[in-house]
Design a protein around this ligand. Structure first.
Ligand SMILES: Nc1ncnc2c1ncn2[C@@H]1O[C@H](COP(=O)(O)OP(=O)(O)O)[C@@H](O)[C@H]1O
Ligand SMILES: [Mg+2]
Length: 321
């Protein structure tokens, strides 16, 4: 099947993953920590999909599994292609990523133009002159002057560097972009400008995006659909409007009330406090924090559709909704 023609751009089916935890010395035990808990989701052509949840819940782990960077159980296809069955080169034509720290993503010794041309060269696209033109056009598309091609990363601001990373991700015209906390490390006003770029750059809607963030406001602003993750489990998923304006799961409601905190100086402390603890095996992931939990919640609820007739799908993982 030609990936360019398939319906869904991303299919994640029953994906779980484990990290091994080694103890010390002779008592060393190889225990496995399950991070992703049977995650399934699909992203349609040209859809912007938001994945939200607090730090440590497994968002980057899912992104990295989709990018083929870490092992997982289950099935993932990007544009109809299974990473295990195609070469890295073939795969990277279809999927590209933008990460949190643009400085470490760029080679300090190469000009912006060189870095942006690299994927075109690797894929034998165009003559050297045509590549220069493609880079110039892309720089303008991401809001930079074409003359930036001759500059080095250290000569650019954080926001400008992130614009370069977005341009480099788009230059091969992939069907899917994974943006993992792509605005989180920037000053608030610069982050807002980059968010705006994401929103306006795709006027022709020719790619899909998995936009990963701890901030529900940010995801709501940009995305068509949203999945809320808690301890590696999707607890709610639906249109951005339904999840944001009519949140059903107690965790989504908590996330909405916590937004000012997430943006505050204290956020780092909160991250430490709420460092990942695996859910008790076999129980609802939110069992220990849920104000409504009962004995029934010692089992894992299914994701069930709570949409009214005629409305789009709104899935929630809770026995009491
Ligand atoms: N390479 C790794 N080895 C062991 N544990 C890891 C590794 N990467 C992530 N984890 C753990 O997996 C959990 C999820 O991490 P991550 O996917 O980075 O969360 P998020 O992106 O939502 O902040 C965390 O508990 C983290 O400590
Ligand atoms: Mg992360």
């Amino acid at each position: 099947m030609n990936g360019k023609e398939s319906g869904d751009i991303l299919r994640v089916e029953h994906v779980s993953n484990y990290y091994s935890q080694g103890g010390l010395g002779i008592l060393r035990k190889q225990e496995k920590n399950q991070v992703l808990q049977d995650v399934s989701l699909t992203i349609g052509r040209d859809e912007f999909f938001g994945l939200v949840g607090e730090s440590g819940c497994g968002k980057s782990t899912l992104g990295n599994a989709i990018l083929g960077l870490i092992p997982y159980e289950g099935t993932i296809t990007v544009a109809g292609l299974d990473r295990a069955k195609v070469s890295r080169k073939e795969f990277t034509r279809h999927i590209q990523a933008v990460f949190q720290d643009p400085l470490s993503a760029l080679n300090p010794r190469k000009t912006i133009g060189f870095t942006m041309k690299e994927p075109l060269r690797a894929h034998d696209i165009g003559t050297e002159e045509e590549r220069d033109q493609m880079v110039a056009r892309m720089l303008e598309r991401v809001g930079l002057d074409a003359s930036y091609a001759a500059r080095y990363p250290r000569e650019l601001s954080g926001g400008q560097r992130q614009r370069v990373c977005i341009g480099a991700a788009l230059i091969l015209q992939p069907e899917l972009i994974i943006a993992d906390e792509a605005t989180s490390a920037l000053d608030v006003s610069v982050g807002a400008q980059i968010l705006n770029l994401f929103r306006t750059i795709d006027v022709e809607r020719d790619f899909s995006m998995l936009f990963i963030s701890h901030n529900l406001n940010v995801v709501y602003y940009l995305c068509d659909r949203i999945a809320v993750m808690y301890k590696g489990s999707i607890v709610e998923m639906g249109t951005a409007d339904a999840v944001y304006n009519d949140p059903l799961h107690p965790y989504t409601r908590l996330l909405l009330t916590a937004i000012p905190d997430f943006e505050s100086e204290n956020y780092k402390d909160r991250q430490l406090l709420e460092r990942f603890r695996p859910p008790s095996p076999g129980s609802c992931a939110f069992y220990h924090r849920c104000p409504h939990a009962t004995d029934k919640c010692k089992k894992v609820p299914d994701l069930r559709n709570k949409a009214m007739k005629g409305e789009e799908e709104h899935l929630v993982r809770c026995f009491y909704l």
